[in-house]
Design a protein. Sequence first.
Length: 155
Amino acid sequence: MAESAVKTAKSLLKKALESNGDPYLAILDHRNTPRQQMGASPAQLLMARRTKTTLPTTKALLKPKVVDCEQQRAAKVTRTKRYYNKHAKDLPPLQKGDTVSVQPFKEKGKWCRGTVTKRLDARSYEVEVEGNQLTGTDCTLDMSQLQRWRNITAN
C-alpha cells in the first residue's frame, strides 16, 4: 500500500513538472478527488469536509459533513476474504501432539520438526519448535511433510 502511494505521488509531481503546473495544486486536486471504493475523497475522510480548490464551489459543499465509510470498509473486507478463500485449502485435521514440518519465516529455507500444541482455526495451528511457540503468521506448514511425519508417528 505504501509503495502504491509513493508511485502515485511521483506520478503527480512528474506530470505537474512536465506541464509547468503547480505541484501543490496537483496534490490538492488528488486529495479532493473521490475514491471509488470509499465514495469520498481523502480530504473528506480526513477532515470531514471538502477543501477549497481553483474550481468554483458552493459554500454548502465546504461545510463539514462526516462521511461514514464503515459499510464500504466491511464490504471490502468481505470481498478480500472471498477472493482469498477461493483457492485456499484447509489443512488436514491435526491433533494436539502431532509432529509436523514447519518453516519459520525468520530462518528462510530451513525446515524444522515441530509439535502441534493448539488448533487456532480451520487453516491455522500453533506449533512448538525447540521451546518456541509459532503460529501461522510466523511459519509455513508443509502439508506433504506434515502427512509423511503423521503417518510415521501413527505406525
